[in-house]
Design a protein around this ligand. Structure first.
Ligand code: SF4
Length: 398
């Protein structure tokens, strides 16, 4: 064990590659104990050094790894046959060893306005995760304009970082499901690749990626950051850091760590209440990290990165949507470089709160803005297809 640990510390990439190979050999020796898909390497789990090391073990020259990397992340090939620039034997080896789809599509739904698609994926261990594509700024879209920088319609992906979630927010269908497991970095990346490949057929690309699907991304910190690094790689998918948004319930140590790493990724905090008792009733995590502690961590983040923080506020009728609450919220946030995204609650079966109507939402926004805090009312998407996180998985598990 000591030797293994030393090996890992000396060269984590080589360790990972060896780990994959050992797992594979084990699975080959004991075929009945491992389903085929579990024995294959999810190709999106590999970073470029691991892929290079693995192909080196297959006696391939170093430049092959770059060819595979670019096939995956630049050309968005979704199967070994597509890599026609590689030799046939290598493609066959890739076919035997790699999976390009580490889950199956259990179901998908399109909203009636066709702006939102939600896909439910089933992992090899039968856990379910969801990823949602939201289309904004199309000519028929009367609510949202195109991307301010590119003037093109936006294609935002909302992806999962865990199967289930341990945070237990009462208004959230995933919280009601409980925690199942962390996703690997490759399972996170594969959700993006699935939609990127789909959009490519329509000559479209992903514009933004938000970590607001199932799970708390900071609870699965390492794998979430590894997925971001993989997608951000300039020789591969090259997805700009500023086009990612991480949404957290406010895990203070991780906010501070994120600030210290000075990433250019956007940070959003799900706040939803301004006094501790009210927030504990909605979000049990508040027992551990009180609101003031979360806001102090946000100040630290702004000081370290010079980037503003977004606060997510689910507007619940008669609970947290009054002008008085808005004024209290404004006085708490005063002096912090921030923005509030207010979004009428997505109703779930396990929570009896109701969404705020448009008029009350506008009053809330105006009260905040009069007190000097910028606020945007976000449109709810895909209500007719249970697009709130965890709703489809919850329905499918019943
Ligand atoms: S809102 Fe996010 S953090 Fe809270 S239970 Fe749902 S998935 Fe988890």
């Amino acid at each position: 064990m000591q030797k293994l640990l030393e090996f890992f510390l000396q060269d984590p990439c080589a360790f990972r590659t060896q780990y994959y190979l050992i797992t594979k050999i084990f699975a080959q020796k004991f075929p009945l104990r491992s389903a085929k898909i579990e024995t294959m390497i999810n190709i999106y789990d590999l970073d470029l050094p691991s892929l290079t090391e693995l192909l080196k073990g297959w006696n391939e020259p170093a430049y092959r790894a770059k060819q595979v990397w670019q096939g995956l992340y630049v050309h968005l090939y979704n199967s070994p046959e597509r890599f026609t620039n590689l030799s046939k034997p290598l493609r066959e080896k890739m076919m035997e060893n790699f999976t390009f789809m580490p889950f199956s599509v259990k179901t998908f739904q399109d909203s009636s306005d066709k702006h939102t698609r939600k896909t439910l994926f089933e992992l090899p261990d039968r856990n379910l995760i969801e990823a949602v594509l939201m289309r904004y700024g199309d000519p028929a879209d009367t609510h949202d304009g195109p991307d301010a920088r590119t003037t093109k319609p936006r294609r935002t992906l909302c992806i999962s970082t865990q199967a289930g979630c341990a945070m237990g927010c009462v208004f959230c269908a995933t919280g009601q499901l409980g925690f199942k497991r962390h996703l690997s970095s490759g399972e996170i990346v594969a959700q993006v690749m699935y939609y990127a490949q789909m959009l490519k057929k329509q000559e479209e690309t992903v514009s933004n990626i938000v970590f607001m699907g199932m799970g708390e991304p900071f609870h699965n910190y390492e794998n979430t950051m590894a997925a971001i690094d993989r997608l951000n790689d300039s020789e591969g998918y090259n997805f700009g850091a500023r086009r990612f948004t991480i949404s957290t319930v406010g895990l203070v140590p991780q906010i501070r760590r994120f600030a210290d790493e000075q990433r250019q990724v956007n940070l959003a905090i799900s706040l939803h209440a301004i006094d501790d008792d009210a927030r504990v009733a909605m979000m049990p995590v508040n027992k551990r990290y009180k609101i003031d502690e979360v806001l102090e961590a946000c100040e630290y983040y702004v000081a370290k990165t010079s980037r503003r923080v977004t606060f997510e506020w689910a507007l619940i009728n008669g609970v947290n949507d009054t002008p008085e609450v808005a004024k209290k919220l404004a006085s708490k946030l005063r002096g912090l470089m921030c923005h509030v995204n207010a979004i009428p609650l997505n109703p779930t079966a396990g929570f009896d709160g109701q969404a705020t109507d448009r008029q009350r939402a506008i009053l809330f926004k105006e009260s905040l803005e009069q007190a000097g805090i910028p606020c945007t009312i976000r449109m709810r998407r895909g209500i007719d297809i249970n697009a709130g996180c965890g709703q489809l998985a919850g329905a499918a598990s019943k």
